[in-house]
Design a protein around this ligand. Structure first.
Ligand SMILES: Cc1ncc(C[n+]2csc(CCOP(=O)(O)OP(=O)(O)O)c2C)c(N)n1
Length: 314
């Protein structure tokens, strides 16, 4: 889990550099600070589970197993990207890994996850549809429609709210009349509890427990991951809405540092391990960038392909 978090962190740091060099263009939202949620949830899932994400999804995609070269090529808008360069940072997608996408629409993934959960039920499979979304989604109608239907039909859906306290520049207190997100879920009759989203072990344990509950067919479950993004909302955000002191306070709870310190305290040779991980990740990133740069753009004649589904195409 530590290695996965380091991998996500370094990937995004590399993306910042590439973005400042205009080699990556368009909108880009980073999950630096939130890596424990990506690593902890994904590590607990089975391959048969379906995942729906948001526009802040690089970490989810990497932890889910999308190959880094394909993710990087997508960031570069190249044809060998996971979405053929058509989606970019916000729309990583890979059906072979049951990763049904980043989604630019706040709360847009929730109804998709409910549909995927319904499909599991109708096809007599025991996969769970896992849906990531931010606290901002709780103010959208789709959130309430989705929780209601999932609970009413007792669908195998795990709702994972990444509560990082802000919806763009709006703090949760200014955004929600009831900022306790577990209460929203409880109103629809599903088990819901808060989790320390800065602690990867807590995330892993909570997810395993929630998945057991969902698979046993009782009801959907809602987890509120209490987390924080260390960087701005997106690359264009001057961050005028929060104190530097608040950010510094949360940085003391850096999920990578905290977990490494805990392992050190338990006598695990973390630093030796981290040196190996750092060099493996650096090599992985370098290879991904070369792959992305060498990849072609989609030919113009393919512009209208995939508007309707094509047999055998991903
Ligand atoms: C339906 C919809 N409304 C508004 C927006 C503009 N918008 C983009 S991000 C964002 C805030 C979302 O915050 P949150 O869900 O908490 O996610 P976070 O960025 O904190 O990860 C908004 C309002 C949008 N993309 N979609």
């Amino acid at each position: 889990m530590l290695a996965q978090m380091v991998r996500i962190r370094r990937f995004e740091e590399a993306c910042v550099q590439l973005y400042s060099q205009t080699r990556i263009r368009g909108f880009m939202h980073l999950c630096i600070g939130e890596e424990a949620v990506a690593a902890g949830v994904m590590g607990a899932l089975a391959e048969r589970d379906a995942v729906v994400s948001t526009y802040r999804e690089h970490g989810h995609a990497l932890a889910r197993g999308l190959p880094m070269p394909e993710v990087m090529a997508e960031m570069f808008g190249r044809a060998s990207g996971s979405s053929r360069g058509r989606g970019g940072s916000m729309h990583l997608f890979d059906t072979t890994r049951r990763f049904y996408g980043g989604n630019a629409i706040v709360a847009g993934g929730l109804p998709l996850a409910v549909g995927l959960g319904l499909a599991e039920r109708m096809q007599h499979r025991d996969g769970v549809a896992v849906c990531f979304f931010g606290d901002g989604a709780a103010a959208e109608g789709e959130f309430h429609e989705s929780l209601n239907l999932a609970a009413l039909w007792r669908l195998p859906v795990l709702f994972v709210c990444e509560n990082n306290l802000y919806a763009m520049g709006t703090s949760i207190e200014r955004e929600l009349a009831v900022p306790d997100l577990a209460l929203h879920a409880a109103a629809y009759g599903m088990p819901a509890w808060p989790v320390d989203g800065m602690d990867v072990e807590a995330v892993d344990q909570a997810t395993r427990r929630a998945l057991d509950d969902v698979r046993s067919g009782e009801a959907p479950v809602f987890l509120e991951m209490r987390t924080y993004r260390f960087r701005a909302h997106s690359m264009y955000d001057p961050e005028l809405y929060r104190d530097k002191a608040e950010v510094a306070h949360w940085r003391e709870r850096d999920p990578v540092e905290v977990f490494a310190a805990r392992l050190r305290g338990e006598g695990v040779a973390v630093d030796e391990e981290l040196t190996l991980v750092e060099s493996a990740v650096a090599a992985e990133i370098a290879e991904a960038v070369s792959f992305a740069e060498a990849a072609p753009l989609e030919p113009v004649e393919d512009l209208t392909r995939f508007v309707h589904s094509e047999e055998g195409q991903r």
